[in-house]
Design a protein around this ligand. Structure first.
Ligand SMILES: [Cu+2]
Length: 149
């Protein structure tokens, strides 16, 4: 074994330790946003968007607010039965994920500055209880689009 290989092995061991450390109970939330999309809205009045926020950290966090270049009025909605209602936040528990999807939790945009079409991208910034804000590029899809699992 040459010296370079030995160093690489030592580094691998060190990062494995660091990863294990991340899993301890006192680590902060570690958020990752995936699968964001917005079905092309029917009118300029409102639009919805969906995404998943994964928390691989050891501490709970929550989604507290959303801002966007598409509309000044963006809120967080949950759906109960047939009715949607605005909520102040949605929990993102440690080692779990918050799922926003059709028929469930979603982001609600009111009074759009323009009507986006499939193929466009909009930008949202997600704000959390603990973690730093995360900017997400949200692709606009066909009205009937549903993500593959
Ligand atoms: Cu809604």
């Amino acid at each position: 074994m040459n010296r370079r290989t030995a160093t690489a092995l030592a580094l691998t061991a060190a990062s494995a330790l660091a990863l294990a450390g991340c899993d301890s109970a006192d680590s902060g939330p570690e958020l990752k946003v995936t699968g964001a999309y917005m079905p092309q809205p029917v009118t300029q009045k409102m639009a919805g968007a969906f995404l998943v926020v994964e928390n691989t950290g050891g501490t709970d966090d929550k989604l507290t607010s959303v801002t966007s270049d598409l509309a000044d009025d963006v809120s967080i909605h949950k759906t109960t039965g047939n009715k949607m209602e605005q909520v102040n936040s949605l929990p993102i528990p440690a080692h779990e994920e918050l799922t926003l999807s059709r028929g469930g939790n979603h982001l609600m945009f009111m009074g759009l500055k323009k009507k986006p079409s499939a193929g466009d991208k909009i930008t949202v910034e997600l704000h959390f209880g603990t973690s730093d804000p995360v900017k997400v590029e949200v692709p606009v899809k066909d009205a009937a689009y549903t993500p593959k699992k």
